[in-house]
Design a binder for this molecule. Structure first.
Ligand SMILES: Cc1cc2nc3c(=O)[nH]c(=O)nc-3n(C[C@H](O)[C@H](O)[C@H](O)COP(=O)(O)O)c2cc1C
Length: 266
């Protein structure tokens, strides 16, 4: 499946995390669309997403009103990776964010949940191959046009809408103008666990290398998962600017390099 840039890039600009949902079943048309994208958006063999048509409360944990507490969604997405690969985390982030943006473009709310769920309970609802594990989940459902108190409080306390300035994310602090800047801006807006924004960018010879910053890992969740999410945003921004390209995976602390087909345009 080609990246649907014209719907996913605008979705990336408005997406935010939702933790409380209206307790209402989802219409079959949107569910079928999400299931189709789960089947067809498989850019890497290392990762896939499954829609589980069961209430998120069956698998979600977390403190009421706090981080990780999601409620009311009639369904959830399970982000599944093949754990034998060194690149599973970034592949899961990239693929999972595709489904998050598809759901957003359909007017549905989502929230990556990496820590506060029961992997064993999810595994009973999805068929896992021997080398697969559930890396994260996301509730998916209808949200109120007026955010509920828990969402407002969480947003205010956590500062979740804040992002680091681009100059602090690009090695050397010099942000190039043109299409690449638009791509980096799209990447900068990506969601990350606890909004830690671990991605950094190195621009060399017309390519962009994504690598992880020096901050210590503050949870069991790999920063490479967040970087995979930012990779999808970066590619959407690059493609919208006419810079179609491909990813080359790299070893830690690097994650991957985006190589545009026409490097002279950078
Ligand atoms: C990989 C990942 C894991 C996350 N895990 C959780 C979680 O366990 N609980 C939660 O409430 N939010 C979780 N989040 C949501 C982040 O807190 C949120 O994306 C970030 O604060 C930025 O806010 P925004 O999504 O509204 O832009 C996670 C996000 C990502 C990308």
């Amino acid at each position: 499946m080609d990246l649907p840039v014209s719907t996913w890039l605008p979705a990336a600009a408005v997406r935010r995390s939702w933790r409380s949902f209206i307790r209402k079943p989802l219409d079959e048309e949107r569910l079928a669309r999400v299931e189709r994208v789960c089947r067809e958006f498989r850019p890497f063999p290392e990762a896939r997403v499954e829609l589980v048509r069961e209430p998120v409360e069956k698998v979600a944990t977390g403190v009421v009103g706090g981080y990780g507490r999601v409620s009311g969604a009639p369904c959830y997405l399970a982000f599944i990776g093949r754990m034998v690969s060194n690149h599973v985390q970034e592949c899961a982030g990239y693929t999972g964010e595709g489904l998050i943006l598809e759901a957003t473009s359909l007017g549905l709310g989502t929230c990556w949940v990496g820590g506060f769920f029961k992997p064993g309970a999810v595994a009973r609802s999805v068929r896992l191959a021997g080398d697969e594990a559930v890396i994260a989940i996301s509730p998916i459902g209808i949200v109120s046009s007026v955010p509920r108190l828990t969402d407002i409080t969480f947003k205010a306390i956590s500062g979740s809408s804040r992002r680091r300035e681009l100059e602090r994310l690009v090695e050397g602090g010099r942000v190039p103008e043109g299409g690449i800047k638009a791509a980096l801006e799209a990447a900068r807006r990506a969601p990350s666990a606890r909004n830690r924004q671990p991605w950094r960018f190195r621009i060399t010879d017309g390519t962009v290398t994504v690598f992880t910053g020096s901050e210590k890992q503050d949870s069991k969740l790999s920063p490479r998962l967040d970087c995979g999410i930012a990779m999808l945003h970066l590619e959407l921004g690059a493609r919208a600017a006419g810079l179609a390209g491909r990813w080359e995976f790299l070893e830690a602390p690097n994650v991957a390099r985006y190589v545009p087909a026409a490097t002279s345009s950078f």
